[in-house]
Design a protein around this ligand. Structure first.
Ligand code: MG
Length: 221
Protein backbone atom coordinates (compact mmCIF):
# COMPACT_ATOMS: atom_id res chain seq x y z
CA UNK A 1 0.00 0.00 0.00
CA UNK A 2 1.20 3.49 -0.75
CA UNK A 3 0.70 6.49 1.51
CA UNK A 4 0.69 10.19 0.80
CA UNK A 5 3.15 12.50 2.45
CA UNK A 6 1.12 15.51 3.60
CA UNK A 7 2.98 18.79 4.06
CA UNK A 8 2.96 20.07 7.63
CA UNK A 9 1.14 17.00 8.91
CA UNK A 10 1.96 13.63 10.41
CA UNK A 11 -1.40 12.32 9.17
CA UNK A 12 -1.11 9.07 7.22
CA UNK A 13 -3.42 8.54 4.29
CA UNK A 14 -3.43 5.52 2.00
CA UNK A 15 -3.52 6.10 -1.74
CA UNK A 16 -6.79 4.77 -3.14
CA UNK A 17 -7.79 4.42 -6.74
CA UNK A 18 -6.22 6.72 -9.28
CA UNK A 19 -8.53 8.25 -11.83
CA UNK A 20 -6.85 9.64 -14.91
CA UNK A 21 -8.46 12.25 -17.11
CA UNK A 22 -7.50 12.80 -20.73
CA UNK A 23 -7.99 15.60 -23.24
CA UNK A 24 -8.50 18.25 -20.60
CA UNK A 25 -6.21 20.85 -22.19
CA UNK A 26 -6.99 22.01 -25.73
CA UNK A 27 -3.39 22.41 -26.89
CA UNK A 28 -2.49 18.89 -25.73
CA UNK A 29 -5.53 17.37 -27.45
CA UNK A 30 -4.38 19.12 -30.61
CA UNK A 31 -0.79 17.87 -30.36
CA UNK A 32 -2.20 14.33 -30.04
CA UNK A 33 -4.48 14.95 -33.06
CA UNK A 34 -7.38 14.11 -30.76
CA UNK A 35 -10.73 15.81 -30.51
CA UNK A 36 -11.97 17.42 -27.32
CA UNK A 37 -15.13 15.76 -26.08
CA UNK A 38 -17.97 17.23 -24.07
CA UNK A 39 -16.69 15.50 -20.95
CA UNK A 40 -13.10 14.41 -20.31
CA UNK A 41 -12.04 10.87 -21.13
CA UNK A 42 -11.50 8.82 -18.02
CA UNK A 43 -9.29 5.85 -17.24
CA UNK A 44 -7.97 4.12 -14.14
CA UNK A 45 -4.36 3.77 -13.15
CA UNK A 46 -3.44 1.19 -10.50
CA UNK A 47 -2.32 2.39 -7.08
CA UNK A 48 0.60 -0.02 -7.43
CA UNK A 49 2.10 2.33 -10.04
CA UNK A 50 2.87 4.99 -7.42
CA UNK A 51 6.44 6.09 -6.72
CA UNK A 52 7.64 9.09 -4.73
CA UNK A 53 10.13 11.86 -5.19
CA UNK A 54 13.61 10.33 -5.28
CA UNK A 55 12.32 7.20 -7.03
CA UNK A 56 12.91 5.82 -10.49
CA UNK A 57 10.59 5.33 -13.44
CA UNK A 58 11.36 1.91 -14.91
CA UNK A 59 11.08 1.45 -18.68
CA UNK A 60 9.45 -1.98 -19.09
CA UNK A 61 10.78 -4.45 -21.66
CA UNK A 62 7.42 -4.27 -23.47
CA UNK A 63 7.75 -0.60 -24.45
CA UNK A 64 10.16 1.39 -26.56
CA UNK A 65 8.61 4.81 -26.00
CA UNK A 66 7.65 6.26 -22.62
CA UNK A 67 6.17 9.74 -22.47
CA UNK A 68 5.96 12.20 -19.58
CA UNK A 69 2.68 13.95 -18.77
CA UNK A 70 2.87 16.46 -15.93
CA UNK A 71 -0.48 16.88 -14.16
CA UNK A 72 -2.26 18.50 -11.25
CA UNK A 73 -3.37 15.78 -8.83
CA UNK A 74 -6.41 16.21 -6.59
CA UNK A 75 -6.51 14.14 -3.38
CA UNK A 76 -9.96 13.29 -2.05
CA UNK A 77 -10.68 13.92 1.64
CA UNK A 78 -13.83 11.85 2.26
CA UNK A 79 -16.19 9.42 0.56
CA UNK A 80 -18.79 10.86 -1.76
CA UNK A 81 -20.95 10.07 -4.75
CA UNK A 82 -23.12 12.33 -6.90
CA UNK A 83 -21.33 15.33 -5.44
CA UNK A 84 -22.85 18.64 -6.57
CA UNK A 85 -20.33 21.05 -8.08
CA UNK A 86 -21.16 23.55 -5.33
CA UNK A 87 -19.92 21.09 -2.68
CA UNK A 88 -16.96 19.67 -4.58
CA UNK A 89 -14.30 21.50 -2.57
CA UNK A 90 -15.55 19.86 0.64
CA UNK A 91 -14.17 16.61 -0.79
CA UNK A 92 -10.70 17.92 -1.67
CA UNK A 93 -7.95 17.32 0.86
CA UNK A 94 -5.22 18.88 -1.20
CA UNK A 95 -3.16 18.92 -4.35
CA UNK A 96 0.05 17.45 -5.68
CA UNK A 97 2.09 17.32 -8.84
CA UNK A 98 1.99 13.97 -10.61
CA UNK A 99 3.44 12.38 -13.70
CA UNK A 100 1.08 10.24 -15.74
CA UNK A 101 3.78 8.13 -17.37
CA UNK A 102 2.47 6.54 -20.55
CA UNK A 103 3.87 3.84 -22.82
CA UNK A 104 2.99 5.82 -25.91
CA UNK A 105 3.75 2.98 -28.35
CA UNK A 106 1.43 0.61 -26.48
CA UNK A 107 -1.22 3.32 -26.17
CA UNK A 108 -1.06 4.03 -29.91
CA UNK A 109 -1.60 0.34 -30.63
CA UNK A 110 -4.47 0.21 -28.13
CA UNK A 111 -6.11 3.25 -29.75
CA UNK A 112 -5.77 1.65 -33.19
CA UNK A 113 -7.25 -1.64 -32.01
CA UNK A 114 -9.95 -0.12 -29.79
CA UNK A 115 -8.37 -1.67 -26.69
CA UNK A 116 -8.31 -0.14 -23.19
CA UNK A 117 -5.31 1.89 -22.01
CA UNK A 118 -4.72 -0.18 -18.87
CA UNK A 119 -1.40 -1.60 -20.06
CA UNK A 120 -0.07 1.67 -21.50
CA UNK A 121 -0.88 3.52 -18.27
CA UNK A 122 -0.53 0.80 -15.66
CA UNK A 123 3.04 -0.44 -15.31
CA UNK A 124 4.73 -0.22 -11.92
CA UNK A 125 6.40 3.21 -11.43
CA UNK A 126 4.09 4.94 -13.95
CA UNK A 127 2.53 7.21 -11.30
CA UNK A 128 5.17 9.38 -9.61
CA UNK A 129 3.59 11.73 -7.06
CA UNK A 130 4.86 14.59 -4.92
CA UNK A 131 3.83 15.32 -1.38
CA UNK A 132 0.41 16.90 -0.83
CA UNK A 133 -0.24 20.58 -0.18
CA UNK A 134 -3.41 21.03 1.85
CA UNK A 135 -6.26 22.70 -0.04
CA UNK A 136 -6.63 25.48 2.51
CA UNK A 137 -3.13 26.65 1.65
CA UNK A 138 -3.97 27.04 -2.04
CA UNK A 139 -6.12 30.12 -2.71
CA UNK A 140 -7.03 29.17 -6.28
CA UNK A 141 -6.27 25.69 -7.68
CA UNK A 142 -7.45 26.91 -11.08
CA UNK A 143 -4.52 29.32 -11.18
CA UNK A 144 -1.45 27.16 -10.55
CA UNK A 145 1.67 26.88 -12.65
CA UNK A 146 2.56 23.32 -13.61
CA UNK A 147 5.96 22.67 -15.08
CA UNK A 148 8.31 19.86 -15.97
CA UNK A 149 12.02 19.96 -16.69
CA UNK A 150 13.91 17.01 -18.15
CA UNK A 151 17.67 17.16 -17.58
CA UNK A 152 17.25 20.81 -16.65
CA UNK A 153 15.41 21.75 -19.86
CA UNK A 154 11.83 22.95 -19.76
CA UNK A 155 9.49 20.50 -21.50
CA UNK A 156 6.02 21.40 -20.21
CA UNK A 157 4.69 24.52 -18.58
CA UNK A 158 1.08 25.65 -18.27
CA UNK A 159 -1.35 27.29 -15.91
CA UNK A 160 -4.26 25.22 -14.60
CA UNK A 161 -6.56 28.06 -15.73
CA UNK A 162 -6.20 26.44 -19.18
CA UNK A 163 -8.06 23.32 -17.99
CA UNK A 164 -11.17 22.87 -20.13
CA UNK A 165 -13.18 21.77 -17.09
CA UNK A 166 -13.32 23.35 -13.67
CA UNK A 167 -12.03 21.46 -10.67
CA UNK A 168 -15.54 21.49 -9.21
CA UNK A 169 -16.91 19.99 -12.40
CA UNK A 170 -14.20 17.31 -12.51
CA UNK A 171 -14.89 16.13 -8.95
CA UNK A 172 -18.63 16.17 -9.54
CA UNK A 173 -18.34 14.42 -12.91
CA UNK A 174 -16.15 11.59 -11.63
CA UNK A 175 -18.40 11.11 -8.58
CA UNK A 176 -21.40 10.63 -10.87
CA UNK A 177 -19.66 7.53 -12.26
CA UNK A 178 -17.82 6.03 -9.30
CA UNK A 179 -17.90 6.73 -5.59
CA UNK A 180 -14.91 8.78 -4.60
CA UNK A 181 -13.25 7.52 -1.47
CA UNK A 182 -10.96 9.18 1.00
CA UNK A 183 -7.45 8.90 -0.44
CA UNK A 184 -8.44 8.60 -4.09
CA UNK A 185 -6.39 10.65 -6.53
CA UNK A 186 -7.65 12.38 -9.64
CA UNK A 187 -4.95 13.16 -12.20
CA UNK A 188 -6.50 16.02 -14.12
CA UNK A 189 -4.75 15.57 -17.45
CA UNK A 190 -1.70 17.07 -19.06
CA UNK A 191 -1.07 20.30 -20.94
CA UNK A 192 0.91 20.39 -24.17
CA UNK A 193 4.55 19.45 -24.55
CA UNK A 194 4.48 15.71 -23.85
CA UNK A 195 7.59 13.97 -25.10
CA UNK A 196 9.76 10.93 -24.64
CA UNK A 197 11.82 10.09 -21.58
CA UNK A 198 14.89 7.93 -21.94
CA UNK A 199 17.10 5.88 -19.68
CA UNK A 200 19.22 8.18 -17.52
CA UNK A 201 16.89 11.18 -17.78
CA UNK A 202 16.22 13.25 -14.66
CA UNK A 203 12.74 14.76 -14.29
CA UNK A 204 11.78 17.69 -12.09
CA UNK A 205 8.09 18.50 -11.88
CA UNK A 206 6.64 21.48 -10.05
CA UNK A 207 3.38 22.80 -8.81
CA UNK A 208 5.07 26.13 -8.52
CA UNK A 209 5.27 27.50 -4.99
CA UNK A 210 3.83 24.32 -3.47
CA UNK A 211 5.12 20.94 -4.59
CA UNK A 212 8.15 19.43 -6.28
CA UNK A 213 8.84 15.97 -7.62
CA UNK A 214 12.24 14.62 -8.64
CA UNK A 215 12.61 11.22 -10.33
CA UNK A 216 14.98 9.54 -12.75
CA UNK A 217 14.50 6.94 -15.47
CA UNK A 218 15.98 3.47 -15.60
CA UNK A 219 15.52 0.42 -17.75
CA UNK A 220 14.12 -2.87 -16.48
CA UNK A 221 17.09 -5.10 -15.78
MG1 MG B 1 -2.45 12.03 -18.63
Amino acid sequence: MHQYVIQGSTQRLTVGKIIGLARTYKAHAEEMHATVTEEPLLFLKPESAVIYSGGSIIIPRNSHCLHHEVELGVVISKDGSHIPEANARDYVLGYLVALDITARDLQAEAKKQGWPWAIAKGFDTFAPISDVVLARKVPDPMNLELSLQVNGQLRQRANTSLLLYSLDHIVSFVSEIMTLRKGDLIMTGTPQGVDEVKEGDVLDAHLEGYCTLHVDVRRES
